[in-house]
Write a protein that binds this ligand. Structure first.
Ligand code: ASP
Ligand code: MG
Length: 481
């Protein structure tokens, strides 16, 4: 089970997490006694307390830039006070609280040392940034473990960093990749704890190189920690507790009759997240695919809620498309020109310079008659994209003309049922036609799991509702799901 920053945002919430775990364990015990089935073992992964990672990253940058050592002391005190307060709210037993507070002091002192170094040198390397940002989870984990130990009859919880849990990574700081031997390592570290009837509480987001240097798995990486560990220990299920009800057929703020999707396949869930549904990062799903371990996205603090089950097979439903997502702050760039050699040469140059400037294309389309390439990117990256393209366009030799438009939205329609189902695109376009909405750009991957469409911003919500309706994705739609 993974708990995100909001689930552990304050002492009261951490207590709620702990009592839910307690209740869940008792229910499992009762069931296993009745059916003399196997015992349920739980592993927990926690994020940093909400907003702490952002604060750490931000202040590490400021400290390196400004070189003001007083700021270090000030900031460290803020972090310490915050965690002390959360711990005191969460942990009932005095002894337990004292030992957790001692651990917080120790960790904060380590952090202060590192920040002082960063301040004196005026340099913040990716490696030190990972070290600093790891403290969010490394401070949250002892608090959650301490809370578990002091709840009910006391749950025997032990906290570990990612590295201590066997998450061995390469040295790509800020976005570390799992090393080949990690799986074995995780099993060796975690299984003995489970055999001793302990509940491991792992600091999400963090990993360690073989040399023992702290790394992080990328923003939002705690979900990834959970699926990595779940896969390594052959978990029955991985539960990701979220504020949402699970994965929805559309954003309920935009579409009234959006429904919770009970089952979705790995591939569909990945398509959805590539297309901006913020539920899961695509790489979170990767670790579980080979072993076919289901991931359940559950609504926070609601044990009974079934959530959405992400698994190998897709839902048995007549719905061809399952969900529609909208990315609102997008821009389209149109490039036209004769190019130097060929269309592929121009494309190669454009995409390399965009990649070099960390611009991600959400959609790409290329007309076949004239040399035009259109791409859709996040509007926040537009400035970067335009200067990147200018930088390779010496005197307009590569691209004759290029324009951009930020008044557009991109939407993705996802569903395995669209494969080989004729008429889905037809339905979509006639529904949009009826609404008087013109389509600016279309693309469909050859997997047929995803149709992407760009429309004007002012049409976007109506377009989402119309497509959701015509494909019967909602609660009142057709289908058996
Ligand atoms: N605390 C990390 C972040 O904010 C990881 C996570 O929350 O999953 O990115
Ligand atoms: Mg988070």
């Amino acid at each position: 089970m993974k708990f995100g920053g909001v689930a552990v945002a304050n002492g009261e919430k951490i207590r709620t997490v702990a009592s839910m775990i307690n209740q869940f364990r008792e229910e499992c015990e009762r069931k296993s006694r009745r059916k003399s089935g196997k015992e349920t073992e739980i592993i927990l992964v926690t994020s940093a307390i909400s907003t702490v990672t952002d604060t750490l990253l931000e202040n590490a940058g400021k400290i390196a830039q400004e070189g003001n050592i007083e700021k270090v002391n000030e900031f460290v005190t803020v972090i310490k006070d915050k965690h002390d307060l959360v711990a005191s709210e969460a942990i009932a037993s005095k002894n337990e609280l004292d030992s957790v507070k001692a651990e917080i002091s120790e960790k904060v002192a380590e952090m202060e040392k590192a920040l002082s170094g960063i301040c004196l040198l005026g340099e913040l390397t990716p490696r030190s940034l990972d070290y600093i940002s790891s403290f969010g989870e490394r401070l949250a984990a002892p608090i959650l473990a301490g809370t578990l130990r002091s709840i009910g009859n006391g749950i025997d919880a032990v906290h570990l960093t990612g590295g201590e849990a066997g998450i061995i990574t390469d040295e790509e700081y800020g976005n570390a990749q799992l090393a080949g031997k990690a799986e074995q390592e995780i099993r060796e570290r975690i299984m003995p704890l489970l055999c001793d009837k302990k509940i491991p509480v792992v600091a999400g987001f963090t990993g360690e190189t073989e040399r023992g240097i702290m790394t992080t798995l990328g923003r939002g990486g705690s979900d990834y920690t959970a699926t990595i560990i779940g896969a390594a220990v052959d978990a029955d299920e991985i539960w990701l507790w979220k504020e949402t009800e699970g994965i929805m057929s559309a954003d309920p703020k935009i579409v009234k009759n959006a429904r919770r999707i009970p089952y979705i396949s790995y591939i569909e869930a990945m398509e959805l997240s590539y297309f901006g549904a913020s539920v899961l990062h695509p790489k979170v799903i990767e670790p579980v695919i080979k072993k076919e371990i289901p991931i359940r996205v559950k609504k926070l603090f609601n044990l009974e809620d079934e959530g959405t089950l992400i698994r190998k097979d897709t839902e048995k439903t007549k719905r061809a498309a399952k969900a529609i997502t909208l990315i609102e702050d997008t821009s389209i760039i149109n490039l036209t020109g004769t190019g130097v050699k060929s269309i592929s040469d121009v494309a190669a140059r454009i995409f390399s310079v965009l990649a070099a400037n960390s611009v991600d294309s959400i959609m790409i389309s290329q007309g076949s008659s004239e040399l035009t390439i259109s791409l859709v990117i996040k509007s926040a990256q537009l400035g970067r994209a335009i200067s990147a393209i200018r930088s390779i366009n010496a005197g307009g030799r590569i691209i004759r003309d290029f324009t951009s438009d930020s008044n557009v939205c991109a939407m993705g329609i996802v569903g395995a049922g669209m494969v080989g189902t004729p008429g889905v695109a037809g339905k979509i376009f006639s529904a949009l036609g009826k609404e008087g909405i013109s389509v600016i750009m279309i693309s469909q991957g050859s997997s047929e799991f995803n149709i992407s469409i760009v429309v004007r911003k002012e049409d976007a919500y109506r377009a989402v509702q119309a497509i959701h309706d015509v494909l019967g994705m909602g609660t009142t739609g057709m289908g058996t799901g």
